[in-house]
Design a protein around this ligand. Structure first.
Ligand code: TRP
Length: 363
């Protein structure tokens, strides 16, 4: 079977390192691997509106930010179709049909929805659109017959719910849809990169993000004020690695060649960790090392962003072309879906002929 990728992001802000290690970096590798027949990258503005209905300008203004982040990370519109969710009406249509296949209690059990309801203090005043966004996400994935969805760990319940909808649809209406697989980051530290404050996750509302578009100086400052081990007060004190954000970031970003380049006194990360744990290694030194690594990773991204920023109309043209191409694919799937659901009345000559016969029309 041909392999197809679909993934995306909500345009509620610029993308940060959590997005980068959790998904974006991998997408670029997958794009360039040549293993995939088609790659769809969606800017999920309609999903972002499910909990930002009163703030449409926030979503509107962040479409270009996300598109610039994509391009500067190396997503290439000649290899990946980048498109805007809301412009594909077929996705709403598909969601409407899927809603008949999902129960309220199943949605209430979706762990991501549960956590997000709590985080946003929605309690019982959840917008229906927000509550049902897992169904809409199933439409995003299945409209493109995606086989592979590279996302962060927090999206696992969404993919599971999608798979259930696919199985239900196929069993009720006949084999039509493709059951997708999740593709998680392969490095544990990348699964859930904590914020610079050591809190569970990078999140704009917590102000603990390093953005891909931050200046070199911003990145340096954020690293220098990063959460480490609060018990590691004097350089001589033994330090903890677990829960130490600087080391979590090193686990996510550090490669052996970084030692050769920036810190040849150590042979590798294990030796560095050992020294820190024994005591005698100050946080500032480790932070400087992390800064060198992150600057090396982010500088080419920043440079490419500057180039793309010079032609904003060109970026919108790219999005429009991507959206048109994506819409054709979704429309073809919807034709299959309508046929399977027996609502393809006007395309079905047999239906019309048999009804004509039933009513005694002359042939
Ligand atoms: N829910 C995803 C996020 O929070 C965005 C998204 C919407 C998505 N539709 C998708 C991701 C389909 C993968 C597949 O970032």
């Amino acid at each position: 079977m041909k392999k197809i990728i679909l993934t995306g992001d909500r345009p509620t802000g610029r993308l940060h390192l959590g997005h980068y290690v959790g998904s974006l970096k991998r997408r670029v590798e997958l794009q360039n691997s040549g293993e995939f027949e088609k790659i769809f990258i969606m800017i999920a503005d309609a999903q972002a509106l499910t909990d930002n209905a009163d703030n449409p300008d926030k979503i509107r203004d962040n479409i270009i930010e996300v598109a610039l982040d994509y391009l500067s990370c190396g997503l290439d519109p000649s290899k990946s179709t980048i498109f805007i969710q809301s412009q594909i009406a077929e996705l709403c249509e598909l969601t409407f049909y899927y809603m008949n296949l999902v129960t309220v209690s199943r949605l209430q059990r979706n762990p991501t929805v549960k956590a997000e309801i709590q985080m946003r203090n929605f309690e019982t005043s959840i917008p229906v659109g927000f509550f049902t966004y897992p169904i809409s996400q199933a439409s995003d994935i299945t409209a493109f017959k995606a086989t592979t969805v590279p996302v962060g760990e927090d999206q696992e319940p969404m993919i599971e719910q999608t798979r259930e909808i696919v199985r239900k649809f196929n069993s009720v209406y006949g084999e039509t849809l493709v059951e997708p697989d999740i593709l998680l980051p392969d490095n544990a530290a990348c699964l859930r990169l904590p914020g610079t404050d050591g809190k569970a996750k990078m999140s704009k509302s917590l102000g603990n993000c390093i953005y891909l578009s931050d200046t070199a100086e911003d990145v340096r400052k954020k690293i220098m004020s990063m959460f480490t081990d609060p018990g590691h007060i004097k350089v001589e004190d033994p330090g903890k690695i677990e829960g130490n954000t600087v080391f979590t970031y090193l686990d996510a970003f550090c490669r052996p060649e970084h030692f050769a380049e920036f810190w040849p006194e150590y042979s590798g990360l294990d030796e560095l960790k050992g020294h820190y744990q024994r005591g005698g290694l100050g946080d500032v030194k480790v932070k400087k090392f992390l800064n060198s690594i992150l600057q090396a990773e982010l500088e080419p991204i920043r440079q490419r962003r500057k180039e793309f920023e010079k032609d904003i109309p060109g970026v919108y043209r790219m999005l429009k072309e991507g959206t048109e191409a994506a819409r054709e694919v979704a429309a073809a799937t919807l034709a299959d879906v309508r046929k399977a659901m027996r609502i393809n009345y006007f395309d079905d000559a047999e239906l019309i002929a048999s009804q004509a016969e039933k009513f005694g029309n002359q042939a």
